[in-house]
Design a protein around this ligand. Structure first.
Ligand SMILES: NC(=O)c1ccc[n+]([C@@H]2O[C@H](COP(=O)([O-])OP(=O)(O)OC[C@H]3O[C@@H](n4cnc5c(N)ncnc54)[C@H](OP(=O)(O)O)[C@@H]3O)[C@@H](O)[C@H]2O)c1
Length: 290
């Protein structure tokens, strides 16, 4: 197989960092890898690392931890400069299964540790996410994962974790984009020192990329709608993890510092918020993934 093994590394563009209560720092733009898999996936992730991405998102359920780990191992970027994430699926929330699942993730990646491990969904009707959290807490104590957090958790779910274990997640990864802005949850996370990561930050390239408001702000600044949306994330304060298979798009998506949105731009995009604006109606109150 020929992969784009890195022999040179570009200086990463200057990207602001977000800081959790624990001291964990994440770059405000990371790389999403849902459906980035196989050898083509290795090439895409290698390219993202070359472009300057230092935060790579993955999950057991993406079935691509092998590709992610391989790209990281083959990269010229030193391992300690990359933050790789994986996520525990709902079918492994029972404590003993969660411990094994984390070890299997580390082994599939072929790495000595995973930087950030999240519970993928709370799956409230199963009612075992506190057990799963205890497994992440213990794996962090052992050092096989360095930081721990959650995904798609609501404040009530996080409060249960903290009450049971005394440990607050360092990250909460949630759906967040101009059509679904989650401002209350973002503020709640921030008040608790939790970094909010935005999944599907581009709304999975839906009609939002053609929205007249987004297009008009983009035209005003001479940038693309995608860069406008990612700059909005940057100024909102979250960590966006856009996915792209395409090296030019990867570069454009991380190159956001040559312009900024003014108050009128931010207000125009704020007005696009819609409580029903989720891309696939995956409300964590009831949506469950195994
Ligand atoms: N925790 C969770 O439950 C959860 C759920 C969903 C996603 N995620 C994570 O979040 C990541 C991002 O979300 P996502 O993959 O759903 O969607 P996304 O990043 O919002 O959008 C990806 C789409 O945008 C296109 N795109 C990217 N850059 C572009 C550009 N500059 N111009 C035009 N089109 C562009 C991509 O196409 P090309 O590839 O062809 O460029 C792809 O079709 C995922 O990959 C995954 O890591 C987490």
């Amino acid at each position: 197989m020929s992969t784009a093994t890195s022999t040179s590394i570009q200086q990463p563009p200057v990207i602001p960092m977000r800081r959790a209560y624990s001291g964990l720092e994440l770059p405000a733009i990371g790389f999403g890898t849902y459906r980035v898999e196989g050898f083509e996936g290795v090439r895409a992730i290698s390219s993202a690392l070359e472009q300057g991405y230092r935060l790579i998102d993955s999950a057991v359920n993406y079935e691509n931890e092998g590709a992610v780990g391989r790209a990281i191992r083959e990269s010229a970027v030193p391992r300690d400069q990359v933050i790789v994430t994986s996520k525990l699926p709902g079918r492994h929330h029972a404590y003993a299964q969660a411990r094994v699942a984390i070890e299997e993730s580390v082994s599939r990646m072929g790495l000595d540790w995973i930087d950030l491990y999240l519970i993928h969904w709370p799956n409230p009707s199963q009612g075992r996410f506190v057990e799963a959290w205890q497994a992440l807490v213990d794996a962090r104590k052992e050092g096989i994962v360095r930081h721990i957090g959650v995904s798609n958790f609501l404040p009530g779910h996080i409060e249960l974790l903290v009450r049971a274990t005394g440990v607050t997640p360092e990250v909460n990864q949630i759906e967040l984009h101009p059509y679904f802005q989650e401002r209350d949850l973002l503020a709640w996370d921030e008040a608790h020192g939790i970094i909010t990561e935005a999944w599907s930050p581009l709304g999975r390239a839906n009609q939002m990329l053609h929205d007249p408001t987004v297009v008009s702000v983009a035209t005003k600044h001479g940038v693309s709608p995608v860069q406008t949306i990612l700059r909005w994330h940057l100024q909102l304060g979250d960590v966006a993890i856009p996915k792209s298979m395409n090296p030019q798009r990867q570069r454009a998506n991380i190159d956001l510092t040559g312009f900024s949105l003014d108050d009128a731009d931010m207000a125009a995009i704020a007005a696009l918020d819609d409580p029903e604006g989720r891309t696939f109606a995956q409300d964590p109150h009831w949506h469950e993934e195994m």
